[in-house]
Design a protein around this ligand. Structure first.
Ligand code: NAP
Length: 489
């Protein structure tokens, strides 16, 4: 059996008709795209074609937006418990498909089995669960003096998502939007549409009313732009690069849409004097390399007291060198490939330019990992001797690359941590929680993990500065899709 056949079997499992993968889901049903076009989907580990997806265009976008606009009045008028009942069925349906979702995630993005299960699928499910729980607590209406303040769905929400966590990113948007009473048009990333198809199957089976949810896989420059500028779209929720986010916001401005942007990051992990160095360095390396470094919140810059620099470099290299790079279907694998040849080229280009600029590669580099002739693999790479204004310190690499920088004072550590245009995430490791929190309060960033604090799917998530605006997850992720009305009584 060829690799292509094996991969197709993994994904399809004969569980759903192949034709649907060339279709869009509009107004409660599957239909071919207006132009009848499809694109192929590649497995980044095997470089085999593993499926197809719709290559939607402007006519499909028009149909999806019309369906979502027509469905909005009745969906938003439903009492919240009735909307939640539909979404509970979606949750149950996704639980039933968990293994298939994991297999699909491995195949379309190359995430290793454990990462696909925990960071992609289980975290996506936890985010949906947290939305359902938050909806129970939300003040849909409240009295303020002689006013009755109502919270209502915003209208048609266009959700545009990236390829790095294809399942999680979609749920982080549509969960909040559908709970709020908005109707949705989803445009997933071209590289990774297959998990969005599985999600749409589940939503369809859950009996969502026609038009409330629509899926139109297609190119960003066509479908994404048409959605961002569409006069009948009320809100655009975009996750992706800062460059495209700026374009989306500009297109949306003409019709005064609400725009939520979850963009790039260049987050710092700050180890304070007196912190336990070994676990802090180990966790920082693992966070930087998770999902082959293709994580918007990755702690890509490690800041250590100057006296600890050489020990930290030794510890970081030791951890990076023990990470298993290879076949993502194997349980022992820590790092799969990056998403595409273009992404590999981008990542190795950053490393080459850093070296040309005087940086020292502590471990890793641009050579392919041994024994991996196929697949878009990059070695886990630790870089030091970098200036605060170096490209590799300032710009998002989106690959398995960690820079390590020393600092001489807490003031300098805070300045370095805040010294990029981004502000999405970060970490502070201190001798005690109080010391770490004191530094975290000074960081201009949306989330900070203190001494290894765990991800919380109910806590607000989003960026400062060029990392975007708006918040996802929990109550905050629902409020992004709500309008507020005051009735004076
Ligand atoms: P991207 O190139 O900006 O694409 C993101 C999405 O926008 C894709 O669906 C893309 O469609 C679409 N798009 C492209 N051009 C467009 C246009 N002109 N108008 C409207 N939509 C357009 O980002 P990516 O490479 O997929 O993802 C990586 C980036 O996402 C990184 O910068 C990462 O930090 C960021 N990210 C941020 C967060 C966060 O929560 N802050 C989370 C994850 C990722 P196509 O796929 O068809 O091009």
């Amino acid at each position: 059996m060829s690799t292509r056949q094996q991969d197709a079997r993994v994904i399809d499992g004969n569980r759903r008709p192949e034709w649907a993968r060339s279709a869009v889901y509009v107004d409660g049903g599957w239909r071919e795209t207006a132009a009848g076009r499809t694109v192929e989907v590649e497995n980044p580990a095997t470089e085999a074609v593993i499926g197809t997806a719709a290559d939607a265009g402007v006519a499909d976008t028009e149909a999806a937006v019309s369906a979502a606009a027509a469905a909005f009045p009745s969906w938003s008028a439903l009492p919240p418990p009735e909307r939640l009942a539909v979404l509970e069925r979606v949750y149950t349906g996704l639980e039933r498909r968990r293994d298939l979702l994991v297999e699909t995630t491995i195949a379309e993005i190359g995430a290793p089995l454990r990462v696909a299960r925990e960071a992609h699928v289980d975290t996506g499910m936890a985010v949906l669960r947290a939305y359902l729980d938050a909806a129970e607590e939300l003040a849909w209406q409240e009295r303020v003096g002689n006013s009755l303040v109502l919270r209502e769905g915003i209208g048609v929400a266009a959700c545009i998502t990236p390829w790095n966590y294809p399942f999680y990113q979609v749920l982080a948007k549509i969960g909040g939007a559908l709970v709020a009473g908005a109707t949705v048009v989803l445009k997933p990333a071209e590289l990774t549409p297959l998990s969005a198809y599985l999600l749409t199957d589940t939503i369809d089976e859950a009996g969502i009313p026609a038009g409330v949810f629509n899926l139109i896989p297609g190119p960003g420059r066509v479908v994404g732009e048409a959605l961002a500028g569409h006069p009948a779209v009320d809100a655009v929720s975009f996750t992706g690069s800062t460059r495209v986010g700026a374009r989306v916001a500009a297109l949306a401005a003409a019709s005064i849409k609400r725009v939520s942007l979850e963009l790039g990051g260049k987050s710092a992990s700050v180890i304070l004097p007196g912190a336990d160095l070994e676990p802090a360095v180990r966790a920082s390396v693992e966070a930087a390399m998770l999902n082959s470094g293709q994580t918007c919140t990755a702690w890509t810059r490690l800041l250590v007291p100057r006296a600890d620099l050489e020990t930290a470099l030794r510890l970081a290299a030791a951890r990076a060198d023990t990470l298993v790079v290879g076949d993502p279907t194997r349980p022992e694998t820590d790092l799969g490939p990056v998403a595409s040849p273009a992404q590999r080229h981008t990542v190795t280009g950053f490393i080459e330019r850093a070296v040309a600029d005087g940086a020292r590669i502590v471990t890793g580099g641009t050579e392919r990992p041994a024994g991996l002739a196929r697949g878009h693999y990059v070695r886990p790479t630790i870089v030091t001797d970098v200036a605060p204004d170096a490209e590799i310190v300032q710009e998002e690499v989106f690959g398995p690359v960690l820079t390590v920088q020393p600092y001489d004072s807490i003031e300098e550590a805070v300045a370095l941590a805040n010294g990029t245009p981004y502000g999405l995430a970060g970490a502070v490791w201190g001798p005690d929680q109080g010391a770490a929190v004191a530094v975290a309060r000074r960081l201009r960033t949306g989330q900070v993990d203190i001494n290894g604090g765990a991800f919380n799917p109910a806590a607000p998530f989003g960026g400062y500065g060029r990392s975007g605006n708006g918040r996802e997850l929990g109550r905050w992720g629902i409020e992004e899709f709500l309008e507020t009305k005051a009735l004076q009584l």
